[in-house]
Design a protein around this ligand. Structure first.
Ligand code: B12
Length: 119
Protein backbone atom coordinates (compact mmCIF):
# COMPACT_ATOMS: atom_id res chain seq x y z
CA UNK A 1 0.00 0.00 0.00
CA UNK A 2 1.24 3.47 -0.89
CA UNK A 3 1.08 5.19 2.47
CA UNK A 4 1.92 8.61 1.03
CA UNK A 5 -1.47 8.70 -0.69
CA UNK A 6 -3.08 8.87 2.70
CA UNK A 7 -0.43 10.84 4.49
CA UNK A 8 1.23 13.06 1.94
CA UNK A 9 3.56 14.80 4.34
CA UNK A 10 1.44 17.88 4.95
CA UNK A 11 1.42 16.98 8.58
CA UNK A 12 1.62 20.51 9.89
CA UNK A 13 -1.27 21.74 11.96
CA UNK A 14 -3.19 24.90 11.18
CA UNK A 15 -2.01 28.25 12.46
CA UNK A 16 -5.12 30.14 13.43
CA UNK A 17 -6.03 33.35 15.17
CA UNK A 18 -8.52 33.05 17.97
CA UNK A 19 -10.47 36.10 19.08
CA UNK A 20 -12.40 36.17 22.32
CA UNK A 21 -15.16 38.76 21.91
CA UNK A 22 -17.54 39.90 24.63
CA UNK A 23 -20.42 41.47 22.67
CA UNK A 24 -21.83 43.05 25.85
CA UNK A 25 -18.75 45.19 26.59
CA UNK A 26 -17.12 45.05 23.12
CA UNK A 27 -13.93 43.86 24.79
CA UNK A 28 -11.93 41.58 22.56
CA UNK A 29 -8.56 39.91 22.63
CA UNK A 30 -6.85 37.93 19.90
CA UNK A 31 -4.40 35.06 20.32
CA UNK A 32 -2.35 32.97 17.90
CA UNK A 33 -3.16 29.27 18.26
CA UNK A 34 -2.22 26.01 16.58
CA UNK A 35 -4.07 22.81 15.84
CA UNK A 36 -2.59 19.37 15.36
CA UNK A 37 -2.58 18.05 11.79
CA UNK A 38 -6.32 17.92 10.93
CA UNK A 39 -6.88 18.58 14.62
CA UNK A 40 -9.81 20.18 16.37
CA UNK A 41 -10.40 23.70 17.62
CA UNK A 42 -10.60 22.14 21.09
CA UNK A 43 -6.97 20.97 20.80
CA UNK A 44 -5.83 24.42 19.67
CA UNK A 45 -7.64 25.98 22.64
CA UNK A 46 -6.10 23.49 25.09
CA UNK A 47 -2.62 24.11 23.70
CA UNK A 48 -3.17 27.87 23.98
CA UNK A 49 -4.47 27.56 27.55
CA UNK A 50 -1.40 25.54 28.54
CA UNK A 51 0.95 28.12 27.00
CA UNK A 52 -0.78 31.38 27.92
CA UNK A 53 -2.40 31.81 31.34
CA UNK A 54 -4.41 34.80 30.06
CA UNK A 55 -6.56 32.38 28.05
CA UNK A 56 -8.73 29.94 29.99
CA UNK A 57 -11.82 27.94 29.16
CA UNK A 58 -14.10 25.22 30.52
CA UNK A 59 -16.46 22.81 28.85
CA UNK A 60 -19.18 20.38 29.83
CA UNK A 61 -19.45 16.97 28.25
CA UNK A 62 -22.23 16.09 25.84
CA UNK A 63 -22.17 12.56 24.47
CA UNK A 64 -24.01 13.54 21.31
CA UNK A 65 -22.08 16.62 20.28
CA UNK A 66 -18.84 16.59 22.31
CA UNK A 67 -17.64 19.41 24.54
CA UNK A 68 -19.94 22.38 25.11
CA UNK A 69 -18.08 25.62 25.72
CA UNK A 70 -19.31 27.17 28.96
CA UNK A 71 -16.64 29.56 30.27
CA UNK A 72 -13.96 31.58 28.45
CA UNK A 73 -11.63 33.95 30.30
CA UNK A 74 -13.88 33.83 33.34
CA UNK A 75 -17.10 34.72 31.46
CA UNK A 76 -19.69 32.03 32.05
CA UNK A 77 -22.76 31.15 30.00
CA UNK A 78 -26.02 31.74 31.86
CA UNK A 79 -29.74 32.07 31.06
CA UNK A 80 -29.82 32.90 27.35
CA UNK A 81 -26.20 34.05 27.20
CA UNK A 82 -23.73 31.64 25.59
CA UNK A 83 -20.45 31.31 23.72
CA UNK A 84 -21.04 31.25 19.98
CA UNK A 85 -18.38 29.85 17.65
CA UNK A 86 -17.83 31.89 14.51
CA UNK A 87 -15.34 31.93 11.66
CA UNK A 88 -14.48 35.15 9.86
CA UNK A 89 -13.21 34.81 6.30
CA UNK A 90 -10.75 37.20 4.64
CA UNK A 91 -13.56 38.81 2.61
CA UNK A 92 -15.33 39.71 5.85
CA UNK A 93 -17.99 37.01 5.69
CA UNK A 94 -18.75 35.59 9.11
CA UNK A 95 -20.20 32.12 9.50
CA UNK A 96 -21.42 30.19 12.52
CA UNK A 97 -19.83 26.75 12.68
CA UNK A 98 -22.34 23.92 12.34
CA UNK A 99 -20.45 21.79 14.86
CA UNK A 100 -18.96 22.39 18.32
CA UNK A 101 -15.31 22.97 19.29
CA UNK A 102 -14.53 19.24 19.54
CA UNK A 103 -15.67 18.56 15.96
CA UNK A 104 -14.59 21.74 14.22
CA UNK A 105 -11.27 21.39 12.33
CA UNK A 106 -9.90 24.86 11.51
CA UNK A 107 -8.07 25.48 8.24
CA UNK A 108 -4.65 27.09 8.15
CA UNK A 109 -4.78 30.89 8.64
CA UNK A 110 -8.38 30.79 9.76
CA UNK A 111 -9.82 33.41 12.11
CA UNK A 112 -12.03 31.84 14.74
CA UNK A 113 -14.14 34.09 16.97
CA UNK A 114 -15.60 33.01 20.30
CA UNK A 115 -18.44 35.46 20.85
CA UNK A 116 -20.16 35.92 24.20
CA UNK A 117 -23.69 36.73 23.12
CA UNK A 118 -27.44 36.10 23.53
CA UNK A 119 -29.64 33.53 21.80
C1 B12 B 1 -31.31 24.99 21.10
C2 B12 B 1 -29.95 24.70 20.52
C3 B12 B 1 -28.88 25.47 20.96
C4 B12 B 1 -29.00 26.44 22.12
C5 B12 B 1 -28.94 25.58 23.43
C6 B12 B 1 -29.33 26.34 24.70
C7 B12 B 1 -30.64 25.95 25.29
N1 B12 B 1 -30.65 25.93 26.59
O1 B12 B 1 -31.62 25.67 24.61
C8 B12 B 1 -27.77 27.36 21.86
C9 B12 B 1 -28.23 28.56 21.05
C10 B12 B 1 -27.03 27.85 23.10
C11 B12 B 1 -26.89 26.46 21.00
C12 B12 B 1 -25.56 26.72 20.78
C13 B12 B 1 -24.78 26.02 19.88
N2 B12 B 1 -25.19 25.02 19.07
CO1 B12 B 1 -26.92 24.22 19.16
N3 B12 B 1 -28.63 23.46 18.95
C14 B12 B 1 -29.78 23.69 19.53
C15 B12 B 1 -30.87 22.79 18.90
C16 B12 B 1 -31.66 23.66 17.88
C17 B12 B 1 -31.85 22.13 19.87
C18 B12 B 1 -31.20 21.44 21.11
C19 B12 B 1 -32.30 21.00 22.08
O2 B12 B 1 -32.88 21.83 22.77
N4 B12 B 1 -32.57 19.70 22.14
C20 B12 B 1 -33.63 19.18 23.00
C21 B12 B 1 -33.13 18.91 24.44
C22 B12 B 1 -34.24 18.29 25.33
O3 B12 B 1 -32.05 17.92 24.39
P1 B12 B 1 -30.67 18.24 25.12
O4 B12 B 1 -29.72 17.12 24.83
O5 B12 B 1 -30.87 18.63 26.54
O6 B12 B 1 -30.21 19.56 24.33
C23 B12 B 1 -29.06 20.22 24.75
C24 B12 B 1 -27.90 20.06 23.76
O7 B12 B 1 -28.42 20.00 22.44
C25 B12 B 1 -27.11 21.33 24.03
N5 B12 B 1 -26.50 21.88 22.82
C26 B12 B 1 -27.07 22.68 21.93
N6 B12 B 1 -26.22 22.98 20.94
C27 B12 B 1 -25.07 22.34 21.24
C28 B12 B 1 -23.88 22.32 20.55
C29 B12 B 1 -22.83 21.56 21.05
C30 B12 B 1 -21.56 21.51 20.29
C31 B12 B 1 -22.99 20.85 22.29
C32 B12 B 1 -21.86 20.07 22.87
C33 B12 B 1 -24.19 20.90 22.97
C34 B12 B 1 -25.23 21.64 22.43
O8 B12 B 1 -28.02 22.33 24.52
C35 B12 B 1 -29.32 21.73 24.66
C36 B12 B 1 -30.00 22.31 25.87
O9 B12 B 1 -29.21 22.08 27.03
C37 B12 B 1 -29.98 21.72 18.19
C38 B12 B 1 -30.56 21.10 16.91
C39 B12 B 1 -31.67 20.10 17.22
N7 B12 B 1 -32.77 20.26 16.56
O10 B12 B 1 -31.48 19.21 18.06
C40 B12 B 1 -28.70 22.52 17.88
C41 B12 B 1 -27.38 21.78 17.76
C42 B12 B 1 -27.28 20.72 18.85
N8 B12 B 1 -26.42 22.86 17.99
C43 B12 B 1 -25.39 22.79 17.23
C44 B12 B 1 -24.31 23.71 17.22
C45 B12 B 1 -23.27 23.52 16.15
C46 B12 B 1 -24.22 24.74 18.17
C47 B12 B 1 -23.04 25.73 18.33
C48 B12 B 1 -21.68 25.06 18.27
C49 B12 B 1 -23.20 26.81 17.24
C50 B12 B 1 -22.07 27.82 17.19
N9 B12 B 1 -21.31 27.80 16.10
O11 B12 B 1 -21.89 28.60 18.10
C51 B12 B 1 -23.36 26.36 19.72
C52 B12 B 1 -22.61 25.78 20.92
C53 B12 B 1 -21.31 26.51 21.17
C54 B12 B 1 -20.72 26.14 22.49
N10 B12 B 1 -20.86 27.04 23.45
O12 B12 B 1 -20.10 25.10 22.64
C55 B12 B 1 -25.42 21.57 16.34
C56 B12 B 1 -24.48 20.47 16.89
C57 B12 B 1 -23.88 19.65 15.77
C58 B12 B 1 -22.57 19.03 16.16
N11 B12 B 1 -22.36 17.82 15.69
O13 B12 B 1 -21.74 19.62 16.84
C59 B12 B 1 -26.96 21.24 16.34
C60 B12 B 1 -27.29 19.77 16.11
C61 B12 B 1 -27.59 22.12 15.22
C62 B12 B 1 -26.97 21.89 13.86
N12 B12 B 1 -26.06 22.77 13.43
O14 B12 B 1 -27.28 20.98 13.17
N13 B12 B 1 -27.61 25.46 20.43
Amino acid sequence: MELSVFHPGHDQGSNITLTVFDSFTNFNRTYPAHTAYRGSLLGAMKRLQDADPSFTFNTTKNFDYGPYLVIVNGLEAHDNVYWEILVEYKNGTIIRTNVGIGCYLPENNEHVVLKFTKW
